[in-house]
Design a protein around this ligand. Structure first.
Ligand code: HEC
Length: 160
């Protein structure tokens, strides 16, 4: 009765359900891209902790954090939901926040308040140590998108 995915695990237990397991040969991100993404992520984290003052064109984390609804409209729906079950804010929240990663089960996909410890953020930032590809595989997110997800997680990953 329980459906199994291609790896033989029950589908219902796959944290970030994949709509499709088409495995194409994706061009790998270059080391340079990965380093740049990590560096920008580190900068925005520093600003967020730095609190008052300072603004950076690369960091939307200064000021109010983005809502899940805004991330859904600009990132998760258009750029992820073709492959993952992330087409509504409810799906995105239920499939990521507090849910263990399938690839690295010791990490949560989204750990509220801890962007660097959130596997979803690591995957879109192309962080060192991720399994598989940077996400999305063919066209990685821009620095603003990564910073917006980071700011949302840092502010507590609210369901709004
Ligand atoms: C073209 C299809 C495709 C798109 C678009 C895509 N993904 Fe993925 N994603 C995959 C595949 C296939 C895997 C498993 C293999 C891998 O990680 O390389 C995966 C794995 C993941 C994982 C690891 C899941 C786990 O439980 O460990 C995360 C997190 C993830 N994707 C997030 C995203 C996010 C966020 C987006 C949008 C910004 C996105 N993906 C867009 C196909 C896609």
């Amino acid at each position: 009765m329980t459906a199994l995915d291609v790896t033989g695990r029950p589908v219902g237990r796959t944290p970030l359900d994949l709509r499709s397991w088409h495995r194409r040969t994706y061009p790998r991100a270059t080391g340079k891209d990965v380093v740049a993404a990590s560096a920008i992520a580190a900068v925005s984290l520093g600003l967020a902790f730095g609190g008052c003052g300072g603004s950076s064109p690369t960091s939307p984390s200064v000021g109010a954090p983005p809502t899940l609804a805004s991330l859904e409209a600009t990132i998760f729906l258009p750029k992820c939901s073709g492959c993952h079950t992330l087409a509504t804010t409810q799906e995105t929240y239920a499939n990521t926040v507090g849910v263990a990663s399938d690839q690295v089960p010791s990490l949560l996909l989204v750990r509220p308040g801890d962007p660097d410890g959130s596997y979803l953020l690591q995957k879109v930032a192309g962080a060192f140590g991720i399994h598989g590809e940077i996400m999305p595989p063919e066209e990685p997110l821009g620095a603003e998108d990564v910073a917006a997800i980071r700011a949302w997680i840092l502010a507590g990953a609210s369901n709004d």
